[in-house]
Design a protein around this ligand. Structure first.
Ligand code: APR
Length: 178
């Protein structure tokens, strides 16, 4: 499958991930999985208290790993929680750990034959990961996974701000022209 076909399986959306009619949404959580602010807070608010109840039974999630729960009141059937790395300057394996977040989340989605999955910009908020690097990792890990896997069929990168949307658009354009 050419890179062009693969890139057709990636979509960009500017908006609130909790509103999307997709089978799985990825949550940029922390390793306790007990909720927080940002997209974690938004997902828990939209899913309702049952989500936290299930998260309590999971027993946490080490940085770079992912855990699947139900979506409850979300339109999405599943929430895939992943704990992204906090940016400390780039010499504490942050880039490898972020890559693992994407790979492990995609692996869980593939195992459930999820057709459509939406990712927020993991670690690019409170965890201060530089957007430009994070977007490149998101695309390279996702394209690498899609090359060898039928599911998910479509991956959506959701931006909650103009700046991050522009970075995703620029990377998409760069990859299309290759
Ligand atoms: N829909 C889509 N994206 C969103 C939404 C939303 N409703 N809300 C926030 N975002 C975006 C932010 O703009 C940012 O680009 O998600 C990205 C990730 O930012 P954070 O939510 O701050 O997550 P992160 O940087 O990974 O930090 C995780 O924050 O909320 C706590 O419990 C969480 O401790 C963990 C830490």
């Amino acid at each position: 499958m050419s890179n062009l076909d693969l890139i057709e399986r990636i979509e960009l959306i500017y908006g609130d991930i909790t509103k999307l009619e997709v089978e799985a949404v990825v949550n940029a959580a922390n390793s306790t999985l007990l909720g927080g602010g940002g997209v974690d807070g938004a997902i828990h608010r939209a899913a309702g208290p049952e989500l936290l109840k299930e998260c309590r039974t999971v027993g946490g999630c080490p940085t770079g790993e992912a855990r699947l729960t139900k979506g409850y009141n979300l339109p999405a059937k599943y929430v895939i929680h992943t704990a992204g790395p906090v940016w400390h300057g780039g010499n504490q394996r942050e880039e490898q750990l972020l890559a693992e977040c994407y790979r492990n989340s995609l692996q869980l989605a593939s195992a459930k034959a999820v057709k459509k999955i939406a990712f927020p910009a993991i670690s690019c908020g409170v965890y201060r990961f530089p957007l430009e690097r994070a977007v490149k990792i998101a695309f390279s890990e996702t394209l690498g996974f899609l090359k060898n896997n039928r599911y998910p069929e479509v991956v959506i990168f959701v931006s909650f701000g103009e700046k991050s949307y522009r970075y995703y658009q620029e990377e998409m354009q760069r990859l299309r022209l290759r």
